[in-house]
Design a protein around this ligand. Structure first.
Ligand code: FAD
Length: 304
């Protein structure tokens, strides 16, 4: 394929994105979040998701954020939910409350062990034992779209990638309709996982999770705990920029652009962005992907 005919060089109409936010802790963080949502919403994401703090610690805040999305925007929200430290009845209650609030999409996760990543996971005695049971439980409560996680570099607790794919298959059999991956920096790693999952009969969309590196040290430390590898070339690209935030942001944009456009050239059309509640980088990357705010798109269509 010549460079001119690479898919990423074309005008595309088939790219679809979703954005992940975390629920704010303070009034200031809440203002930042809604500013970010206000900037990204006109790009018409397929959905935006709101995370659920470790051990259910943000239950009310997640619910409040998702409910506000339903009330004040026309974007479809997805609520993350974990089964840590809660009985089945408590979880089912949360799911029913989402249904009553008009939410129809849940991102179902087991959650990290209460002792922190690296310790053993102990289910609540009356709880869902794992994410597969949680998916089935959600589907029993109501008609939800259910997204689940996938780990291109294997979940840190898992014995093998094949075992993780077995787990993914079980989640699909229980009713999951989409997988969103842990973030990764080497596209081949995601593409190999995709091939392997397809070969093993997983047919649902497996959407790459993309993290724009807003802060290299923070991302590297999170990646270590989450079992995502940080290639040396990535560290090299941020080297010497600790006191130069403006250049860091340009580098971050260049790296994320290279990653998503590389995936587009390998046939990927759906992306999930871990926004860290900040819009600028993600907005720029979406622009490169050909997405335009709705109002502009309408104006262009009218002018055409
Ligand atoms: P699972 O797919 O359930 O797997 C977890 C581990 O259990 C794996 O090692 C797997 O092999 C093993 N396993 C699964 N089923 C079985 C079984 N039947 N028998 C034996 N072993 C089994 N965490 C939060 O707290 N809140 C969030 O909002 C949140 N959002 C996330 C969003 C995405 C897209 C991703 C990728 C992760 C998110 N996480 C979140 C992190 C996630 O909760 C942790 O990684 C957690 O440790 C695993 O939960 P899981 O549902 O992703 O994994």
């Amino acid at each position: 394929m010549s460079i001119a005919t690479l898919p990423s060089r074309g005008t595309r109409g088939d790219i679809s994105v979703s954005f992940e936010f975390f629920p704010p802790k303070s009034a200031e963080m809440e203002a930042n979040l809604w500013e970010a949502i206000g900037r990204l919403a006109p790009l018409q994401p397929r959905f935006v998701s709101v995370t659920y703090g470790a051990g259910g610690s943000t239950r009310e805040r997640t619910h409040a954020t998702v409910e506000r999305l339903v009330r004040e925007t026309d974007i479809a929200p997805a609520a993350h939910l974990t089964c840590v430290a809660a009985s089945r009845d408590e979880i089912d209650e949360v799911v029913r409350a989402y249904h009553a609030a008009g939410v129809r999409h849940i991102v179902a996760l087991r959650g990290d062990p209460q002792g922190g990543i690296g310790s053993a996971f102990t289910p609540h005695p009356l709880g869902y034992a794992n994410s597969t049971e949680l998916v089935a439980g959600i589907r029993r409560v109501g008609d939800f779209e259910v997204s689940v996680s996938a780990y291109p570099e294997k979940h840190p607790e898992s014995s093998s990638l094949d075992f993780d794919i077995d787990v993914l298959k079980a989640k699909v059999d229980a009713g999951a309709t989409r997988a969103i991956t842990q973030f990764f920096f080497e596209n081949d790693c995601y593409l190999r996982f995709l091939d392997r999952a397809r070969y093993r009969g997983v047919t649902i969309p497996i959407v790459p999770g993309i993290v724009p590196v807003q802060n290299f040290k923070q991302t590297a430390s999170f990646a270590k705990r989450a079992g995502a590898s940080v290639p040396q070339w990535l560290a090299d690209r941020f080297e010497g920029l600790d006191d130069d935030p403006a250049t860091r942001r340009l580098i971050a944009a260049a790296i994320a652009a290279e990653q998503v456009l590389g995936l587009v050239d390998r046939g990927v059309t759906d992306f999930h962005f871990y926004t860290m509640n900040r819009a600028d980088l993600v907005y720029a990357i979406c622009h490169l992907l050909g997405l335009r705010p709705k109002a502009d798109a309408r104006a262009r269509a009218e002018a055409a």
